[in-house]
Write a protein that binds this ligand. Structure first.
Ligand code: MN
Length: 541
């Protein structure tokens, strides 16, 4: 078992150990290039297949299924060229059990052969239109022919899990007698549970010779491909068929990384997989297949090592194993040991964040803050999340800058009470209601203006309101610059507005504001600028 600090799993696994019979070592048979390529929407070019084969070899895959040479010329080419790369992995080719298919694998000069025939009554009756006896005859003839050319013959009874169990065992025994050294048991349409699959493997293991490797090939129609594969290993399967990204027919095949890390972490089993190469291999296949890794994909998804809930984030800072079963480094996802980086990479600040995560994040960024500023930042982060938005680092920084850079309430002279904007296929019109602190009391001003757009109308309304103040000397300010920028992409991004105002003494005041609404951020930036000018004019006296 791996270092306890790298992996922390359920102690119950120790209790059930006596009930399982896994082999010493589990072999990985990768079918990304065969079953994986049968994924609707995925087609690799020859160059891409060669690249993937090399990556699989480096990853430590024992057997690479390069293709099904009889089905297409593209498959034939890949099956011919991949064996010539001189890889350590065994390169196997798929064939239906007839001579024509087997000859195609022989033509490609592959290392070994994988032959199959369907065995369920459903397939025999409706697809092959043969009897069980005819099926057995084909197996004897086909496996013997393949064995005459190859030392290693892997045999698959297609649709094994829907085949009568006694007949399946008879089929597999027949294949072994005819020369097959590996028996693969496919759950072709993914219709069995882990307990059921373990039973099938166990029954085959009991009767097949010990030197025959039993293999699993599980499909994910019910999301059980990985669970079924692991259950098969528990009962003696020594090889599992997997694909990178779990791609494959329909809902796909058992996922390589999940099987590899499951065997490594949960059972402490020996495999040839270099786990640190899993993530790089996934990224390669992701880019070549154009099949994006889902954010919540186990182990390799963007969220696999992220934490948002406050208590989780707090605990992760104390000990990452508290909410992570294993370290991301184990599968090749880089993460520095530095606390600030851990916080940065793994704690996603969002509406479920508690104070701990946000505090740690701000501290990691060396941002000083007061108690009030912290509460304000927290409120704004939460309200951002409540609007259904995912807060990005850039958003957080914009909010932090806005809060920390803003003028404390007690120092302000101008307060916005109302803003009403009318826009659309009308003349853009804006009405502002402001309060201005005057000699210990407040002077309320309401003004309206029209403009070329809602921002222009609003800024003009503010200017008009100030011009109407009689009891108090307001600095005469001119708008010199106005810039608006979306903090992140998307129509729901925060809008950051920066303005520059100039007074009669040519003194300049720069002010910023951030808000989801561009009119609000513009108005807030304008009032921040006026407040700065007012503070300059009156506070010094
Ligand atoms: Mn399959």
């Amino acid at each position: 078992m791996a270092n306890a600090r790298e992996i922390e799993i359920s102690p119950i696994m120790k209790i059930i150990e006596a009930e399982t019979h896994p082999p010493e070592r589990v072999y990985f048979f990768d079918t990304t290039l065969r079953d994986g390529e049968q994924t609707p929407g995925i087609a690799f070019t020859l160059e891409e297949k060669l690249k993937i084969a090399q990556a699989l070899d480096q990853l430590g895959i024992d057997v690479i299924e390069a293709g099904f040479p009889r089905v297409s010329d593209a498959d034939f080419q890949a099956c011919k060229q991949i064996p010539q790369l001189g890889l350590k992995s065994e390169i196997i080719g798929l064939a239906r059990i007839g001579k024509d298919d087997i000859n195609k694998v022989i033509d490609c000069d592959m290392d070994s052969i994988h032959v199959f025939i369907a065995t369920s009554d459903l397939h025999l009756r409706d697809k092959l239109k043969i009897t069980r006896e005819q099926c057995l005859e084909k197996i004897i003839e086909g496996v013997e022919y393949a064995r005459a050319h190859y030392d290693i013959v892997e045999f698959s009874a297609e649709d094994a899990t829907r085949t009568d169990l006694d007949f399946l065992i008879k089929v597999n025994q027949t294949a072994v007698k005819a020369g097959a050294s590996r028996i693969n048991i496919p759950d072709t349409v993914g219709t069995i549970t882990p307990r059921g699959f373990a039973y099938v493997i166990q029954k085959n293991r009991e009767v097949l010779p010990a030197n025959v490797r039993i293999s699993t090939h599980c499909h994910n129609d019910f999301g059980l491909a990985v669970a079924n594969s692991l259950a098969g290993v528990e009962m003696g399967a020594g090889q599992i068929h997997t694909t990178i990204l779990g791609i494959g027919e329909r809902a796909g095949n058992a996922d390589c990384a999940q099987c590899a890390m499951g065997l490594f972490a949960m059972y402490g089993l020996k495999t040839n997989i270099k786990t640190k190469l899993l993530y790089p291999t996934y990224k390669l296949v992701e880019s070549l297949s154009g099949f994006p890794i889902s954010a919540c994909a186990p182990l390799v998804g963007k969220n696999a090592f992220r934490h948002e809930a406050g208590i989780h984030a707090h605990a992760i800072i104390q000990n990452p194993r508290s909410y992570e079963p294993l370290t991301p480094e184990l599968i090749g996802i880089p993460r520095s040991d530095k606390l600030s980086d851990i916080i940065d990479q793994s704690i996603q600040i969002g509406k479920h964040s508690g104070g701990h995560a946000l505090k740690a994040k701000l501290e990691s960024l060396s941002i000083p803050f007061t108690h009030d500023q912290f509460s304000e930042i927290m409120n704004r982060v939460k309200s951002f999340g409540d609007k259904g938005r995912r807060i990005m680092d850039e958003d957080l920084m914009a909010i932090v800058r806005d809060v920390i850079g803003s003028i404390p309430e007690e120092e302000k002279f101008i307060f916005l009470d109302e803003l009403t904007v009318l826009t659309g296929s009308v003349t853009p019109t804006s009405t502002v209601k402001m309060r201005i602190k005057v000699n210990g009391g407040y002077d309320t001003q309401i003004a309206s203006a029209v403009g070329v757009g809602p921002v222009d109308a609003s800024l003009k309304a503010i200017m008009t309101a100030f011009a109407n103040v009689k009891k108090f000397d307001i600095p005469r300010l001119e708008l010199m610059e106005y810039q608006i920028e979306a903090v992140t992409g998307g129509t729901d991004a925060l809008a950051s507005v920066t303005i520059k105002l100039r007074d009669e003494q040519k003194r300049e005041y720069e002010a910023k504001a951030v808000h989801e609404d561009i009119v609000m951020s513009s108005v807030k930036a304008m009032l921040n600028g006026f407040n700065k000018a007012m503070i300059h004019k009156y506070k010094k006296k």
